[in-house]
Design a protein around this ligand. Structure first.
Ligand SMILES: Cc1cc2nc3c(=O)[nH]c(=O)nc-3n(C[C@H](O)[C@H](O)[C@H](O)COP(=O)(O)OP(=O)(O)OC[C@H]3O[C@@H](n4cnc5c(N)ncnc54)[C@H](O)[C@@H]3O)c2cc1C
Length: 306
């Protein structure tokens, strides 16, 4: 167990005081509105600050966890020990000719809309994905036939030694909702995308169509983590759940959405324990009925409540 006072004192040397929050309630930072507290929640404003924090946590053996927009994460009710790093202050987006450069704390929705304003096509698929650029690279986010892999040229990361390293898209093992970013222990800090010039009206027509599809099919009025499960080969997770008559099933305040079977919503003050129990119930029911294993897309991290 690390010394919290010593850690706080050291963090004050590395990151501005107003960007360090001890005992931060993580429910405020997660789409599901679930989860316990972080020992330290920090929001660096420069790449150098991130490097210093990584080096410090290596030296002192203090765990750190990256938190993007919290839209693909479930954090257990006991919260997260050590340092949680959130890059919300690093959110610049710019374009030069046909490339778009985004810092990893920018929302991928904003990168998509900025590309449209600059009349650049390729990021339309991401116009409704509520994560950050860093979170989108981490899991090769995708929708409606597009994915990060199609447009990413390269990224800069802070590696596990605290050094800034360039990684080509081809080096990231981007595949269906996965990459090697967690295996390498990289923190994505910036991404460069290759886009194509197009007419504003054409890009907007695609964005409007995808927005309509998303709003009419997804229970966006409730906290959730999006699709809970990956698409099993040869099946659709939502259809298997629907055919298992699980829609509307609830445990505590968590419920399998009646609007989109692939979503589990926090309907009424659910705890993480409710949420995880419901995920496991869905997995077991689908396995018993169809013999198909549903693999989680959403990540579950943190400590159980004592
Ligand atoms: C309503 C709704 C709809 C959704 N629709 C889609 C969809 O259509 N397609 C899709 O692919 N996903 C979808 N998602 C899931 C989610 O938005 C994506 O997975 C998104 O990419 C997660 O980004 P995030 O910033 O929220 O990451 P978080 O949930 O905060 O974190 C996810 C993982 O990424 C890691 N991470 C975050 N930032 C970094 C970084 N800078 N460097 C290294 N690791 C990092 C975290 O440590 C964590 O392990 C949806 C979610 C919701 C709630």
């Amino acid at each position: 167990m690390f010394n919290k006072q010593k850690t706080h004192d050291k963090l004050l040397e590395l990151v501005k005081a107003e960007n360090i929050k001890p005992e931060e309630d993580l429910r405020n930072h997660l789409y599901t509105k679930l989860g316990g507290k972080a020992d330290f929640f920090i929001t660096p404003t420069t790449y150098e600050e991130i490097q210093k924090v990584v080096k410090f946590s290596n030296e002192e053996d203090i765990p750190f966890t990256l938190l993007g927009n919290g839209s693909n994460l479930i954090i257990k009710d006991g919260g997260i020990r050590g340092i949680v790093i959130n890059l919300k202050h690093l959110d610049d987006i710019s374009t030069e000719e046909n490339t778009l450069v985004a810092q990893s704390g920018a929302r991928i929705i904003d990168a998509s809309l900025f590309a449209m304003q600059q009349r650049l096509s390729g990021l339309e698929f991401a116009c409704g994905i509520p994560g950050t650029v860093g979170g989108a690279l981490y899991m090769n986010a995708g929708a409606y036939g597009g994915e990060i892999k199609d447009v990413l040229d390269y990224a800069y990361v802070v590696d596990k030694n605290g050094d800034i390293v360039k990684r080509l898209a081809t080096e990231l093992d981007l595949d269906y909702r996965t990459s090697n970013i967690p295996d390498n222990g990289d923190i994505v800090i910036e991404a460069t995308f290759n886009l194509k010039p197009a007419k504003y009206e054409d890009i907007k027509a695609v964005v409007d169509d995808l927005t309509y599809k998303r709003e009419s099919k997804q229970p966006l009025e409730y906290p959730s983590c999006g699709s809970v499960f990956k698409r099993p080969p040869g099946y659709f997770a939502g259809k298997l759940i629907q055919d298992s008559r699980l829609q509307g099933t609830n445990i505590g305040g968590a419920e399998v959405s009646t609007k989109h079977a692939g979503f589990i919503i926090n309907k009424d003050n659910a705890t993480t324990t409710d949420y995880i129990s419901l995920i496991e119930h869905v997995q077991q029911t689908v396995k018993d009925k169809f013999g198909v294993e549903l693999e989680r897309e959403v990540r579950i991290i943190g400590e159980d409540k004592e």
